[in-house]
Design a protein around this ligand. Sequence first.
Ligand SMILES: [Zn+2]
Length: 69
Amino acid sequence: MSKLIQFVLLGAAIWFGLRLYRQWKLNQDRVDSPRGQERFERMVRCSTCGVHLPASAVSANGQCGKCSN
Ligand SMILES: [Zn+2]
């Protein structure tokens, strides 16, 4: 009888562990998704003409494509 109880407890522990792992993995995927980073791209202002652009579209000295040429 005690063997059966041990088996049931072991099964419950494994089930609970897998549930926690899946929940943790889901949260990790949400944090690391590249789509989330794209959505919140920083906007910066051109230091010469004052136009607002995504940070990746501004040159190293803080100017837009038009002003840096
Ligand atoms: Zn500019």
